[in-house]
Design a protein around this ligand. Structure first.
Ligand SMILES: Nc1ncnc2c1ncn2[C@@H]1O[C@H](COP(=O)(O)OP(=O)(O)OP(=O)(O)O)[C@@H](O)[C@H]1O
Length: 237
């Protein structure tokens, strides 16, 4: 098997119950290196829960992170949340804190945060309060915070929700360029165009069940069953 198809993460019969009710029905999923997986589904379908479970933030017996043969270690992971949290500190201090929490050697912090800010086009804002950034800049800072740790596997929960078209395009460009660098990602989105533009594979959830899991072209061009077809036509009730 080539390194581009190395297995990174597997869910084997993973299910999730929260507050006494089933949020995710038992599911099997294999994620390979280089995949760009979009999670689609209506509100409450379970996309965020699945992302959190895949990232290891929710208990999931059956979740297996594979050692990458070429690296000799499991993939490094990071997650970008829909509404990223920053302290009332400068952009630079927020990043430095993230590096410290991730136990990065302090002598590398300055170089790491500078390259991360440059990577997302925020170097000029390094001294600004994070709370003074625009929505698009905050999302780019969240991506910088993740990218600084050089994750092999990045989880993103609706990273462009609430952004205007210009800011969305900038964030999309970054996400596309991360993939070109070899990063594997999983992203939830309500934006079908975004899934078409960025993803290589689409997984459709409804009420905690996977109803479709297909390469992006097949997902949008071939029938995927009545529920998915209705969702794609905007007729889902
Ligand atoms: N901590 C919790 N306790 C109980 N139920 C929860 C909890 N977190 C999520 N849920 C429920 O799990 C279901 C899936 O929620 P989830 O946020 O994963 O959906 P989603 O597809 O990401 O929705 P959206 O598109 O609105 O973000 C919902 O019915 C939600 O109410």
């Amino acid at each position: 098997m080539s390194s581009s198809s190395s297995l990174l993460l597997q869910l084997r019969g993973c299910r999730l119950e929260l507050g006494g009710r089933q949020v995710l029905a038992p599911l099997d999923l294999a994620l390979r290196r280089g995949e760009r997986l979009a999670l689609l589904g209506s509100n409450g379908a379970g996309k965020t829960s699945l992302l959190r479970l895949m990232h290891g933030l929710l208990p999931a017996p059956g979740r297996v992170l594979h050692v990458l043969p070429e690296l000799g270690r499991p993939p490094r992971q990071a997650m970008v949340f829909q509404q990223p949290f920053f302290l009332h500190l400068s952009v630079r201090s927020n990043l430095r804190l993230a590096l410290a929490l991730a136990r990065q050697p302090w002598r590398l912090h300055e170089a790491m945060l500078e390259s991360a800010l440059r990577r997302v086009g925020l170097l000029d804002q390094a001294g600004q309060l994070a709370s003074h950034l625009s929505g698009g800049q905050r999302q780019r800072l969240a991506l910088a915070r993740a990218w600084a740790l050089r994750p092999d596997l990045l989880f993103m929960d609706e990273p462009t929700a609430h952004l205007d078209p210009g800011a969305r395009r900038e964030v999309e460009r970054l996400i596309a360029s991360f993939a070109e660098e070899g990063m594997t990602w999983v992203m939830s989105t309500h934006n079908l165009g975004q899934a078409k533009r960025l993803a290589s594979r689409v997984l459709y959830l409804e009420a905690g069940r996977v109803l479709a899991d297909a390469p992006v072209q097949a997902f949008f061009q071939q029938p995927q069953g009545r529920a998915v077809d209705q969702f794609l036509k905007g007729e889902w009730l």
